[in-house]
Design a protein around this ligand. Structure first.
Ligand code: MN
Ligand code: MN
Length: 469
């Protein structure tokens, strides 16, 4: 082959082929330092927010120190105003008012702050064979076998008939006790080990061990349970019946940690979807006076289908947006039809240890940047919002002009399974919506793993969307 022909091939290759590159080969000056600083803030956010309520609290603290104020219906709004509204302590919407009026639409980032976990049942506490346990009903798509024999913390609230709500957080304080769910020893696990993964640990065996010491000097029934209740009564002033109006969750007792010799990854509970929630929030907090109004929606209940009054299907979001629109005398529907939403949720990272469920050409890879999903859904795109080609093109332009490292992402092989996000519910509102987020290893496990580069690029991408003109 002549040298000329070979050069031509090289030129064509460069000009025509879509070349995927590791994000570490594409960083621009300043990225590396900014990435480390950003990830430190993210890890703090994770450690402070183990439930959606705690994430809302942390979000408010960060927002208030960045000048955000609670929005009261009827308040006047001018460009650069920073407002937020909490929905029942479990979801929050924040906005920075743009130079352009809301009839030109808003740029929205929507993520969720609920994560898979074990909720306590409403009559949870019982004693058997002088051990006290709490019954659970798992929340979201968990693989039950992953939740036994790990340390657990207890977080949530107990609402009393008096109207008072008591916050509970046991396990993340200095010297706090932890809880756990026991599993069978291998010596006696012969039959259990023959069962399929999904059946080996039935949901009704996910009972949390909370005590073993009987009430001193008592000869009655359930002495261990009674002793535990006495401790709870002393600490929180509650009785057994108060569990009826409680929301208590067992979450993994792991704080976020760097993973790998090179510290390039973060292992933590709740990356799905706090990794995108934090990216949306951190990007919004840096805005001063964007062209278009920027909105960050942190929703609850995504893991169980976005249902309920605090989920993305709830009209609470529309009510807040309508209040903002009314301050400018604009009908909500006019704002929506011009708006854009990045549904910021995690996607599956290609895992070479389970290569057979992925389709390599269309999978997201760790360190290849923010993953855009034109569609999600399952088996034939069912349940997906499927962004239009024009919307994808616009986002490509915005991300490329801000030097964001990004990749296209599809969850896995078409017939292997699937999943959804809040995208479909934003699209139903007549808002152009595209899914995008951080690729995760071991998604929905008690300890999930993400790449720092992908976390940072998702933040950078979110900021580019908010700043788009
Ligand atoms: Mn998610
Ligand atoms: Mn999820």
């Amino acid at each position: 082959m002549s040298e000329e022909k070979q050069n031509r091939g090289e030129q064509l290759r460069r000009a025509l082929l879509y070349d995927k590159k590791n994000g570490y080969d594409q960083l621009v000056p300043g990225d590396e330092e900014a990435m480390e600083a950003y990830c430190t803030g993210y890890k703090q956010f994770l450690d402070a927010g183990k439930t959606e309520r705690e994430c809302v609290d942390r979000t408010v603290a960060l927002a208030e120190s960045a000048g955000f104020k609670p929005y009261v219906r009827g308040m006047e709004l001018k460009p650069g105003d920073k407002v937020y509204r909490i929905n029942r302590g479990k979801a929050i919407t924040l906005a920075v008012i743009g130079k352009k009026s809301l009839d030109q639409g808003a740029n929205i980032g929507a993520a969720h702050i609920d994560s898979p976990r074990l909720d306590l049942k409403q009559t949870p506490l019982y004693e058997t064979e002088e051990l006290a346990f709490l019954k659970t009903h798992y929340y979201g798509g968990i693989r039950k076998y992953q939740w036994v024999t790990i340390p657990l913390e207890l977080h949530g609230v107990i609402a009393l008939k008096s109207g008072q709500t008591i916050r509970v957080s046991i396990g993340n304080g200095e010297g706090d006790p932890l809880f756990t769910i026991d599993d069978l020893l291998p010596h006696l696990g012969v039959e259990q080990s023959k069962k399929p993964l999904g059946e080996a640990i039935p949901a009704e065996s996910l009972n949390i061990l909370v005590g073993s010491r009987p009430l001193e000097g008592d000869e009655g029934k359930d002495r261990v349970k009674l002793a535990a209740l006495e401790l709870l009564n002393r600490k929180y002033g509650i009785t057994e019946a108060d569990f009826i109006s409680a929301e208590l969750c067992a979450v993994p007792a792991f704080n976020a940690r760097d993973i790998g010799f090179d510290r390039s990854l973060i292992g933590a509970y709740g990356h799905d979807d706090r990794v995108c929630a934090y990216a949306c929030l951190a990007a919004l907090l840096q805005l001063s006076e964007p062209e278009y109004t920027a909105v960050c929606m942190l929703a609850d209940k995504e893991e169980i289908g976005s249902e309920g009054v605090t989920g993305m299907k709830s009209a609470a979001f529309d009510t807040f947006m309508e209040d903002l629109c009314q301050a400018q005398g604009i009908p909500l529907r006019v704002c929506y039809e011009k708006s854009f939403c990045l549904s910021a949720d995690v996607t599956a990272a290609y895992d070479p240890n389970f290569a057979d469920v992925y389709e390599k050409r269309n999978s997201a890879f760790v360190n290849y940047g923010m993953g855009l999903c034109k569609y999600t859904g399952a088996r034939g795109k069912s349940g997906a919002s499927d962004a239009s080609a024009e919307v994808v093109a616009r986002v490509r332009r915005v991300l490329d002009s801000a030097s964001v490292v990004w990749q296209m992402a599809e969850l896995g092989k078409v017939d292997a399974g699937g999943g959804g996000t809040v995208a479909a519910y934003m699209a139903e509102r007549n808002i152009d919506t595209l899914d995008a987020g951080v690729p995760v290893l071991s998604m929905h496990a008690p300890f999930e793993t993400v790449g720092k580069l992908d976390c940072y690029m998702t933040f950078k991408g979110m900021k580019a969307v908010f700043e788009a003109v």
